[in-house]
Design a protein around this ligand. Structure first.
Ligand code: SAH
Length: 352
């Protein structure tokens, strides 16, 4: 990509570009609106911009657009999964979830993932590349255009580790919450991380009002190391210290995600250990029945074990909910749609 990725520029950066091109800064605002509110996909649709400037923009810039390759809708219609193709033919997936409080989109932050969590489908094909801010934004824009639904909540919980793509993530959040763009409230954005403690602190220093979700999945290091390789690099102690720092800086309650795997991390003693670990921190625990992937023989905890786990946390006065499963009939586990697409295309290549 040699040309400027115009959809990744903040308003001020776009205004500076217009000045460099010998035009007025207010043109920057007009173009920003075309890209981020009216969601046009090419310069010729910008009807209040002169043909001459449009031609000049085409010479120096390009507009990032994702192309829908596939879409699956759950039987109840509440969940839709989208497979999008990027300019370099790589693919990613995003999910639209309709709740009564509004529509939520789950976006990917990278193509593939290098974190290696043993229960996750996103990591199996390895890491390909970071997504640009424009490519994170366009997942939401395309879903709004295709579904005709307004998106009010965004969760960065799809494929990839958002804090491993830190600068682009921060740029993306700045643009998504810009009043000149989609103007989504910071409080309606959740970023989920497997626990890069140093980056959690750097995010705290940005003083954003977003929700931080930590994929904990185990209350002690040895168990965590069994299921999440990154636990060898970041201890639970360092993650908890970063969480306390995040809370002190932002005042935002932390969410911990805990995916329950039968016989691995769902024992009652781990619920006690977890209660002890988070004591004194304003937080919320989200218990997620694991979504088994075919590459591993992990099984979902039995519902009575999930309930027991929850009861122990509640007795210890920890805020806890069990995540409602949505869209399992359309293969909703992270990265599974992309994975099955890639398997099919490599099968097809092998046959040719
Ligand atoms: N890398 C980030 C965001 C992507 S994963 C992170 O680790 O948080 C989003 C969430 O889904 C994480 O909590 C992850 O642990 C969880 N997850 C991944 N695969 C899953 C599966 N098969 N079943 C249940 N949860 C899963």
């Amino acid at each position: 990509m040699d040309k400027i990725d115009i959809k990744s520029l903040r308003l001020e950066e776009l205004e500076d570009l217009l000045v460099e091109l010998g035009d007025k800064p207010f043109r920057g605002k007009q173009i920003y609106e075309w890209l981020h509110v009216k969601l046009v996909s090419n310069f010729d649709d910008m009807t209040n911009i002169s043909k001459q400037l449009r031609e000049r923009l085409k010479e120096v810039c390009q507009i990032t657009n994702l192309f829908q390759v596939n879409k699956l809708v759950s039987k109840d219609g509440d969940t839709s999964k989208f497979l999008f193709r990027l300019y370099d033919d790589r693919v990613l997936e995003s999910v639209l979830m309709k709740y009564h409080h509004g529509n939520s989109v789950c976006i990917s932050s990278q193509v593939g993932c290098k974190m290696g969590c043993t229960f996750c489908a996103s990591t199996i094909g390895g890491f390909e590349r970071n997504l640009a801010p424009s490519e994170m934004l366009d997942q939401i824009y395309q879903i709004q255009k295709i579904s005709g639904e307004r998106v009010s909540n965004v969760v960065v919980m799809g494929t990839g580790e958002p804090l491993d793509n830190f600068d682009n993530l921060v740029q993306f959040i700045g643009m998504l919450t810009d009043e000149n763009g989609l103007n989504i409230s910071q409080r309606n954005i959740t970023v989920s991380t497997c626990g890069l403690a140093d980056k959690i602190k750097a995010l705290a220093d940005k003083n954003l009002q977003i929700t931080l979700a930590i994929s904990l999945h185990a209350p002690n290091d040895p168990l965590r190391q069994q299921i999440m390789p990154m636990a060898n690099r970041y201890s639970i102690e360092s993650i908890m210290e970063a969480c306390h720092y995040y809370y002190e800086k932002t005042g935002r309650r932390i969410t911990f995600e805990y995916s329950l795997i039968e016989g691995v991390n769902d024992l009652q003693k781990f619920a006690h250990e977890l209660s002890h670990l988070v004591k004194g921190l304003n937080c919320h625990i989200n218990l997620i029945p694991i979504n088994p992937i075919k590459e591993r023989n992990y099984r979902q905890s039995r519902s009575e074990n999930i309930q027991n786990f929850k009861n122990i946390l509640e007795k210890n006065r920890i805020n806890v909910t069990i995540r409602r499963e949505m869209g399992t009939d359309i293969d909703a586990a992270c990265g599974q749609l992309r994975k099955s697409y890639m398997d099919q295309s490599s099968d097809a290549k092998a046959m040719n």
